[in-house]
Design a protein around this ligand. Structure first.
Ligand SMILES: Cc1cc2nc3c(=O)[nH]c(=O)nc-3n(C[C@H](O)[C@H](O)[C@H](O)COP(=O)(O)O)c2cc1C
Length: 365
């Protein structure tokens, strides 16, 4: 299993949904960085379940306990490890999934790979719960970034087939005040009317015992020009590799992304100019802040697509891996009809960690 990420800022995420605890070790943090725990807890609260009907009704305290790496609230330079106890397990909900895999979930592929020995309880190591330690690590990274003038936030731009989506970021001008507001909210949106419409779409799916996916748009501002490498060491590669580690992520695109394929060069090229301070700027930002894998100094903008929650309350076709027969499955337990509102802070956490890694790899930290 590869539950480790990074070269300079190395993360190791451990545990499963129903093990005694889950947690993270962050190696490579500079020493002497004060970490405000109330800000870490605020980020974790944005991800925690049980906040409203768009999320699972399962309640988890998500209280991290720092074992090492901080002394009097300041990083020591040694690995920082935090554990979060799992307090709300209902393991009996899941035992049948060992033989009758859920369509859309990892039960089948895990059974093939681990020969049936995998922990199926609550999705085990495949659970969305593993994003809690990721958010912890992201909240630590966010504080280091903020001290260096870098701000990260996201919003939910669309949910399912809901016709009303949120207003996208202006890719050239992303105000810091907007990012500060969004990064403090559960279900962050720029336009509150869009949130109402998206909530209705989620509620409709819930009442129909179904689920919906959606898209989170994220912005990183203040990232200096010149970070990243060409080809395999690019900023896009780095962000994409951590974002695809988030369960249920099926797509990541930067700037104009897939829609750049429909533009002409004359439309898609971000032309350069000198501003009044003699700095090179780009008039547009179709490239999403990255050219040749290297940051341009423009806002880094990317979208992350989440599939609909696999576990739904409807009867579905599956197989019985023991009797080798076709069968039906109704998934028991508590599940988010849409994980996207809870996933927004997870995307931000991944972006914070990737940004810190990018700075460190580029000798800027
Ligand atoms: C915050 C979060 C919460 C999630 N909650 C659930 C859930 O309640 N039920 C479920 O079936 N999947 C949930 N997922 C998604 C599954 O973990 C994921 O689809 C599964 O592990 C298969 O991996 P894949 O979709 O990346 O292929 C959640 C994902 C995230 C990020």
């Amino acid at each position: 299993m590869s539950s480790m990420w990074g070269e300079k800022i190395r993360l190791s995420i451990f545990g499963g949904s129903h093990t005694e605890a889950i947690g993270v070790t962050i190696d490579g943090l500079p020493a002497g960085e004060a970490i405000r725990m109330e800000e870490v807890l605020a980020q974790m609260a944005r991800r925690a379940p049980g906040q409203d009907l768009t999320a699972t009704t399962r309640k988890e305290a998500d209280a991290p306990r720092v074992l090492c790496g901080l002394l009097n609230g300041v990083t020591t330079g040694a690995p920082l490890t935090a554990v979060i106890e799992n307090t709300n397990q209902r393991s009996r909900d899941y035992e049948n999934l060992r033989v009758t895999p859920r369509p859309g979930h990892a039960d089948y592929t895990a059974a093939v790979k681990y020969g049936g020995y995998q922990d199926v309880r609550g999705g085990g190591h495949f659970s969305g719960r593993l994003t809690a330690p990721l958010v912890f690590a992201g909240a630590v990274a966010r504080q280091l970034l903020s001290r260096r003038g870098i701000t990260v936030a996201s919003h939910v731009v669309s949910v399912g087939r809901c016709k009303t989506g949120d207003t996208p970021f202006d890719p050239v001008n992303v105000p810091m005040e907007l990012l500060n507001r969004l990064s403090g909210e559960y279900f962050p949106v720029i336009d509150p009317a869009a949130k109402l419409a998206m909530r209705e779409e989620i509620e409709k799916a819930r009442l129909e015992k179904d689920s919906v996916g959606g898209i989170v748009e994220c912005a990183v501002i203040g990232m200096p020009a010149g970070a990243g490498e060409p080809m395999f060491g690019g900023a896009e590669n780095l962000f994409a590799s951590i974002l695809f580690g988030i369960p249920a992520v099926k797509g990541v695109d930067f700037g104009a992304g897939f829609s750049a394929a429909y533009l002409r060069g004359s439309e898609n090229n971000d032309t350069f100019y000198y501003n009044e301070n003699g700095e090179v700027k780009l008039r547009t930002n179709y490239s999403g802040g990255i050219l040749g894998g290297i940051t341009s100094g423009m806002p880094l903008i990317f979208q992350t697509a989440f599939k609909p929650t696999p576990s739904i309350g409807r009867e579905q076709d599956t197989v019985n891996l023991q009797t080798k027969e076709n069968t039906k499955l109704v998934v028991e337990g508590r599940h988010d009809p849409c994980i996207v509102p809870r996933a927004a802070p997870v995307v931000e956490a991944a972006a914070c960690i990737a940004s810190l890694e990018l700075l460190k790899q580029s000798g800027m930290l």
